[in-house]
Design a protein around this ligand. Sequence first.
Ligand SMILES: Nc1ncnc2c1ncn2[C@@H]1O[C@H](COP(=O)(O)OP(=O)(O)OP(=O)(O)O)[C@@H](O)[C@H]1O
Ligand SMILES: [Mg+2]
Ligand SMILES: [Zn+2]
Length: 463
Amino acid sequence: MAKTQTRFVCQQCGRVSATYMGKCPQCGNFNSMVEEVIHEEPVGKKSAVRGLTGRSQPRPIAEVSGDAEDRVHLPIGEFARVLGGGIVPGSIILVGGDPGIGKSTLMLQMAMEMGKTQRVLYASGEESERQIKMRAARLAGNGQGSMPEPLFLVTETNLEVILNHVREVKPNLLIVDSIQTTYLSELDSSAGSVSQVRECASQLRELAKSSGITVFVIGHVTKEGNIAGPRVLEHIVDTVLYLEGDRFQAYRLLRSVKNRFGATSEVGVFEMREGGLIEVTNPSEAFLAERMVNAAGSAIAVTMEGTRPILVEIQGLTSPTQFGNARRTPNGVDFNRVLLITAVLTRRVGLKLGEQDIFVNVVGGIQIDEPAADLAVAAAIASSWRDVPVRADAVLIGEIGLAGELRMPGQMVPRLREAQKLGFKTAIVPKAIRKGEAYPQGIEVVEVRSVEQALQAALKVDK
Ligand SMILES: Nc1ncnc2c1ncn2[C@@H]1O[C@H](COP(=O)(O)OP(=O)(O)OP(=O)(O)O)[C@@H](O)[C@H]1O
Ligand SMILES: [Mg+2]
Ligand SMILES: [Zn+2]
């Protein structure tokens, strides 16, 4: 009997090796190599040769249809925004996110909306049809809403069987929940392994490209933040969306991190309620709803999420260190960013923060990566330390440099407009070196050069 041949495949990046290696030479992850049985016909090669349909035929570009108007209308506005204006038929979209964040909920809501006009097949490997029906009933308002006729459910993990169902049901839209539970029986490795995930995704892509069916694939995110293992998966699909947020808070952000059919970094905002994910069309208002005006340790930042400015409250709290080392505990902002801002406040502004524990929190549970929020973080910390509130009618915008200087972030005008729209009277911003587009009327723009000057303008010190 022939000896079974095996190889080792990195579960993170898909690197193949004949021998086991503790550290993957390609992506540098440890213990990510897993042994897999080799097949007579390597699957990866087969699909590469086969191409998208197997019967490719070059055509003059003018004859290839591809209008933006080809998009299918999606009645969930925040979702459509993230996709770039609607669903492109024949595209494959990966929806990733942490466990329990609401991926299945979002997909089922979409399925129910689209099911009003299109045929939809929802294939779940995670939940029974009964469970999905119960969720659907809850989303529809506990039996008051009717179920769309052309929405089909099936519990299935075998991809060959799912593809058979597709042939029978002939949907316009297929949802696979999730790619990690789906498997092909021709592969020996278990569901969720790199080769299974990659091969299942490739077959679903072939289905999408050859039939024009739009395929949504749910993927779980590993604790490293990759969509389970394979970055390879991100190359196979057209669009990658992440559903993110703090599980203990109601807000969810749907973010596009890759989009072949639209702008990336576009964001949709939702709120998780009993009736499912409700669109938040004015996120700034929502994030500021519970704000305590005139309390020390609170400042308003204006961050750009894609093309949309969003106002968020940043809270800071300083408290004398009790046991030895002072702690920095940021929630929603980058840890190193807070260290930098704290160091600048200590060295350049003279705040004695060395023996203070510092907490920073972005209200609403969203994550801010933009340095433009630096100044608001600094103001929140300084405000708490001095126990002086930040002017209630002011927003702060600006990136902080190591010398305590301020740098101008991009897209100031939309930021200022949003602040003005929400009733803010003052914006404290870095002094413009080059005069760009004129700032909008109706909001006083206070231009400052340094963190120190900004704090003088922002904190209500008795004069
Ligand atoms: N009856 C309910 N009322 C309000 N919210 C609910 C209710 N039932 C569930 N939820 C919310 O839905 C969330 C689960 O959503 P969902 O199952 O869509 O997440 P998921 O991302 O698909 O999770 P998984 O990774 O387990 O598949 C829960 O965390 C909870 O916040
Ligand atoms: Mg789920
Ligand atoms: Zn690797």
